[in-house]
Ligand binder design. Structure first.
Ligand code: DQA
Length: 147
């Protein structure tokens, strides 16, 4: 069975209680459960890893090389400045989806730059808690395109 790796960056462990007016009240556990159901319905296994540490996410992307079909990643604030994470994602040959609950382009100026955007296949942003399900759907659709 193909594996889709879902990665969640810094502070996403606090979803549900963190700035709910921006990120909603759904917890990360709930989002991951829904994402796993969607992946499994399409014949993929979902692995999830959340970390507040850049290096751990770099390690997780490296460990996905040659093993996972797709990486769906919400890098949190690392989106905006982690060249290490961008470099790691550039080495991953599978489908790569950048995921955000909010729409960073409509927020503070520092959120309008994504250093990972140039190395991912595509981005799902601004769709709130629907984004996790849709991010997995997008990865599956692109994997099917690849055949
Ligand atoms: C986020 C947007 C980032 O700017 C922010 O730092 C996050 C969450 C989102 O899902 O909307 O931690 O990635």
């Amino acid at each position: 069975m193909g594996v889709i790796l879902l990665l969640s960056g810094p502070n996403l462990n606090l979803l549900g209680e963190r700035e709910p007016e921006i990120y909603g009240r759904v917890t990360l556990d709930e989002l991951v459960r829904e994402a796993a159901e969607v992946a499994e319905a399409h014949g993929y296994a979902l692995e999830h890893h959340q970390s507040n540490h850049e290096g751990e996410l770099v390690d997780a992307v490296q460990a996905a090389r040659g093993r996972c079909a797709a990486v769906v990643i919400n890098p949190g604030a690392l989106t905006h400045y982690s060249f290490a994470l961008a470099d790691a994602l550039a080495t991953f040959e599978g489908v790569k989806i950048e995921l955000h609950l909010s729409n960073p382009s409509a927020r503070e100026a520092w959120r309008r730059t994504s250093v990972v955007a140039p190395v991912v296949t595509g981005t799902v942003a601004g769709l709130g808690s629907h984004g996790y399900r849709l991010g997995i759907e997008a990865a599956v659709a692109l994997l099917e395109d690849r055949g």
